[in-house]
Design a protein around this ligand. Structure first.
Ligand code: HEC
Ligand code: HEC
Ligand code: HEC
Ligand code: HEC
Ligand code: HEC
Length: 483
């Protein structure tokens, strides 16, 4: 099929496969196996969902994400538009220069006119891409255009700490000015600038606000939303799973969209092993490789001899795929840490130690490897051997709350509360919204006999971040005790 024929025929399986070919290189993902172009994308790669720090909470590009995860969010992708509608698949050049590219499909009379864009015709401010595909420059040189093809929403973007196209040019003005300008443009047309559908909930969840949870479940189950947004919503629900959301998970694990199933699986890490098994038992015959790998990780630790033989068979198959992928990634520290976790859940501590140590040979400062190896030593009664590892992690990444927290907990276990308080305060200061760190710091203060400080700290925290059940209980108890 000639390229020119595909231009105005967006839908169809053939074009989707072609897009997956581009996605193989132009996406942020981990690799599962030697790429065979006949494989589907999701058999060869596991895509990064819309997560910090790669994306802003509204899905705009933040770090290098290489196009595809952005484009998957767009209405245009939902309607079957694909890469080759804008890029010549062979030369990679744009099919047309300037606004001509967009008015292939969007009528020029409606959009390529000051009535729509309110800037002088042919000027920079009148270029469709400057408002709908704003550029971010990485490392000073690589300009990347955001392929989520979004409508600029200056105030909402600012409220979640994200940039917006208008103020990228109008740097002497603020988002409120830009928002008001758009509202003036729309006045009388009957249209208004609606809110972005998932930005608020994702931002709230990323800041540890439990009130986001019900909205996350709504997004995850709304099939008018892009699959990548639905998968990212259920992934963010991980800390909030409860009896009711297990039913939602059951439903999402049967969803047609691979990215919804992927997000559901990744969110299940917070569930106990028996619950995971209960939810996943009907799906052990999953065929998509990226999902099989997630399932193997989630189910490591299930005693094969205690389940039905055909289930055990299917589970062994998942484990086999997991190990093949791990072998394929043997020279990368991240995947080795995952292998270590897999063995640790299976209580094969020697193999786990070996995998973490291998990761550390590849990357001596790897935070995940250092923290996991220290945690392994704790599990097998060699807690003090972990101390040097935890200190190494803190030294390597002093800005990481996770490392300070792990070292702080170590000192708590050793009953060295003064040192614990220092580390836990550092963690709490680095992640101001995390109730977990605040709780741990208050506990260290209490153990130091500084109940008054603990109460004051928790009250200040609550004032700033809002109430949290566990913190409120602790606060209540501390106040009772001090009476
Ligand atoms: C085998 C990996 C691979 C595949 C498959 C691939 N690309 Fe690329 N592409 C690259 C690399 C590497 C670059 C250069 C780095 C960059 O700009 O991101 C690039 C650059 C580009 C550019 C920028 C070109 C320029 O002049 O700056 C475009 C546009 C592009 N690719 C589109 C596509 C499209 C559309 C497809 C599918 C038809 C595709 N690519 C398939 C690896 C690939
Ligand atoms: C609606 C049109 C459109 C679609 C659809 C589209 N692109 Fe682009 N793409 C652009 C424009 C415009 C640029 C900026 C080109 C420039 O400034 O030279 C661009 C730039 C790129 C670049 C260069 C680096 C960057 O991020 O700016 C890559 C790579 C790329 N596109 C890949 C893809 C892939 C892969 C797909 C499909 C998943 C795709 N594009 C779909 C319009 C589109
Ligand atoms: C191959 C056809 C095609 C091309 C080329 C195309 N679009 Fe679209 N675009 C669509 C379709 C289809 C939709 C979804 C239906 C709708 O909202 O009109 C859409 C929707 C949009 C939306 C609405 C997004 C939203 O969230 O509501 C914007 C903005 C947009 N396109 C901008 C652009 C820009 C900018 C370009 C050029 C870089 C472009 N389009 C090129 C077909 C196309
Ligand atoms: C100066 C910024 C700016 C430029 C340039 C611009 N747009 Fe828009 N566009 C907007 C804003 C703001 C909205 C949302 C308000 C509205 O619907 O008018 C929007 C909305 C849209 C929509 C969604 C309309 C709907 O009813 O959902 C499409 C499609 C679109 N633009 C296409 C284009 C195309 C094609 C071009 C280039 C010919 C273009 N825009 C140029 C700012 C711009
Ligand atoms: C690529 C750069 C660019 C982008 C993106 C852009 N503008 Fe502009 N804008 C300009 C320039 C340059 C002028 C002055 C000349 C003109 O009218 O084109 C201008 C003029 C204006 C004016 C009238 C003059 C003034 O400063 O009061 C308003 C209002 C305005 N822009 C609002 C917006 C809004 C709102 C957006 C986003 C939806 C936007 N612009 C996006 C470059 C841009």
């Amino acid at each position: 099929m000639a390229d020119d024929e595909t231009a105005d025929k967006p839908a169809g399986k053939a074009t989707k496969t072609a897009e997956n070919v581009c996605a193989a290189c132009h996406s942020r993902r981990s690799e599962l196996e030697q790429t065979d172009p006949r494989n589907d994308y999701h058999d060869a790669y596991s895509l990064t969902l819309l997560e910090a720090p790669f994306y802003y909470a509204d899905g705009q590009i933040r770090d290098e994400v290489y196009v595809w995860g952005s484009f998957l969010q767009s209405k245009m992708h939902g309607e079957g538009v694909t890469c080759s509608n804008c890029h010549n698949a062979h030369s990679l050049e744009l099919r047309m220069d300037g606004n001509g590219l967009c008015v292939q499909c969007h009528t020029a009379q409606d959009f390529d006119t000051p009535r729509h864009h309110h800037h002088a015709p042919d000027s920079e401010g009148a270029q469709c891409v400057n408002c709908h595909m704003p550029a971010t420059t990485y490392m000073g040189i690589d300009a990347r255009r955001d392929h989520s093809l979004r409508i600029p929403r200056p105030e909402q973007s600012a409220s979640i700490g994200a940039p917006n196209a208008c103020n990228q040019c109008h740097q002497d003005q603020g988002p409120t000015w830009a928002q008001r300008s758009i509202e003036e443009w729309l006045a009388g047309s009957g249209d208004e600038l609606g809110r972005h559908p998932f930005a608020d909930a994702f931002y709230a969840a990323d800041n540890g606000k439990p009130e986001a949870a019900p909205r996350l479940l709504e997004i995850a189950t709304d099939d008018s939303m892009p699959a990548i947004a639905r998968g990212s919503a259920i992934l963010r629900h991980a800390p909030y799973h409860h009896q009711g959301s297990l039913e939602v998970l059951q439903q999402l694990l049967r969803d047609d969209e691979i990215l919804v199933r992927l997000g559901a699986l990744r969110s299940m890490e917070t569930l106990p092993l028996n619950v995971r098994y209960h939810l996943l038992a009907p799906h052990l015959d999953e065929t998509v490789m990226s999902l099989r790998i997630e399932m193997a990780r989630l189910l490591s630790g299930i005693p094969l001899e205690q389940i039905e033989p055909d289930m055990a068979n299917q589970l062994s198959g998942l484990y086999r795929d997991f190990h093949e992928t791990a072998d394929y990634n043997a020279d990368m520290p991240g995947p080795q840490v995952v292998v270590g976790q897999f063995h640790a859940s299976n209580r094969d501590y020697e193999a786990a130690e070996e995998a973490y140590k291998k990761a550390l040979t590849l990357a001596p400062q790897h935070e995940g490897a250092l923290l996991n190896l220290a945690d392994l030593y704790r599990q097998i009664g060699k807690d003090t051997e972990g101390k040097a590892l935890l200190e190494r992690a803190v030294a390597a990444a002093p800005e990481s709350a996770t490392s300070h927290y792990a070292l702080g907990l170590y000192f708590i276990r050793q009953k060295r509360y003064d040192q614990a308080a220092i580390e836990l305060k550092a963690a709490a200061d680095l992640a101001l919204s995390s109730p977990r760190y605040a709780y741990a710091y208050a506990l260290a203060l209490e153990n130091l006999g500084e109940e008054e400080e603990a109460i004051a700290y928790l009250e200040e925290w609550k004032e700033r971040e809002g109430p949290r059940p566990q913190l409120d209980q602790t606060l209540h108890r501390l106040k009772e005790d001090s009476r």
